[in-house]
Structures are given as structure tokens and as C-alpha cells.
Design a protein around this ligand. Structure first.
Ligand SMILES: *[C@@H]1O[C@H](CO)[C@@H](O)[C@H](O)[C@H]1NC(C)=O
Ligand SMILES: *[C@@H]1O[C@H](CO)[C@@H](O)[C@H](O)[C@H]1NC(C)=O
Length: 138
């Protein structure tokens, strides 16, 4: 009887442990758990571009010459909405765009490629031959 009570108390915890372990194994096997999402941002305008990106308390400012890129790397948090907001500045212009939004972007193989033009950001989507261009949010 005592043994039965113990096993009854232990079992939910055991199941949880097994569940978590299996989840981690699946993650490791598929290589997904440890992968970071990478957002590549390229300056496609003909002058220096100042990119200021932030997520929660993390923020970075990068000055990109024409043709230069910067790569943001971070761990995606499953089930939580994540937005990486950016501002883009060059002579006489200031724009804002969310360069990453977990509900909008699928980022094939955990990579998102953006090319910044004067008219707006263009995303390179793996199954499209032409970039998908958007207008500035602001
Ligand atoms: C951005 O520049 C790259 C390299 O010059 C070019 O291949 C690409 O087509 C450009 N993209 C856009 C949207 O203009
Ligand atoms: C391209 O990928 C997007 C997003 O993954 C998907 O919605 C769309 O159906 C795909 N298009 C083609 C032609 O495969």
C-alpha cells in the first residue's frame, strides 16, 4: 500500500521529466534547440546607413557602408511573441521597421535576409526569386 502511494505521487513528476527529456532530445536531434535565429541586414542604398535595432533591453547601433551587412543573432523563445524593432537613418531620412516579428516571419532555416533600399526593406524569401519589398512602417 505504501509503495502504491509513493508511485502515485512520483508518477506525474516522472512523466514530466520524461516529457521534458524527450522534448530536449527531439530539439537536439533536429538541431533546433541550440540554433539561433539570424537576421541579416544589408545596406542597399548608395550612402552610409545607420541601423539601430533593439529587443527588450538589448540594443545595437551599426553604421553600414553601401553593400555592407550586419547579422543579429538571438535565441528564439518558443510560444512568446518576439519583435526586433529597428530604425534606419541616412542623410535626410529616418524610418522605422520591425525587422523581425515571430508571428510574421518564418525565417527559413532560422535565417532572415533583408536588403534595405530607400523605398523600404526587402526580404529575401527562399522560395521566391525576386525579393519581397515592403514600404516603411514610418
Ligand atoms: C541589393 O544589393 C545586392 C548586391 O549588390 C543585389 O544583389 C540585390 O539585388 C540588391 N537588392 C535590392 C532589393 O535592390
Ligand atoms: C513560399 O513560402 C511561403 C512561406 O513559407 C509560403 O507561404 C508560400 O506558399 C511558398 N510559396 C511557394 C510558391 O512555395
Amino acid at each position: 500500500m505504501a509503495a502504491l502511494l509513493v508511485s502515485k505521487n512520483v508518477s506525474p513528476l516522472m512523466s514530466l521529466t520524461i516529457f521534458v527529456t524527450l522534448q530536449m532530445m527531439v530539439g537536439v536531434v533536429s538541431g533546433r534547440l541550440l540554433d539561433k535565429t539570424k537576421i541579416h541586414v544589408m545596406n542597399n542604398i548608395s550612402e552610409p546607413l545607420l541601423v539601430h535595432g533593439w529587443f527588450r533591453n538589448d540594443h545595437e547601433v551599426h553604421r553600414l557602408l553601401p553593400g555592407e551587412s550586419h547579422r543579429y543573432k538571438f535565441f528564439k523563445t518558443p510560444f512568446l511573441k518576439m519583435i526586433w524593432a529597428c530604425t534606419f537613418e541616412w542623410k535626410g531620412a529616418f524610418h522605422r521597421y520591425n525587422i523581425y516579428d515571430s508571428r510574421r516571419d518564418s525565417c527559413y532555416e532560422y535565417n532572415c535576409y533583408w536588403q534595405i533600399t530607400k523605398d523600404g526593406p526587402c526580404q529575401i524569401v527562399h522560395n521566391y526569386t525576386e525579393p519581397l519589398c515592403f514600404s516603411w512602417n514610418y
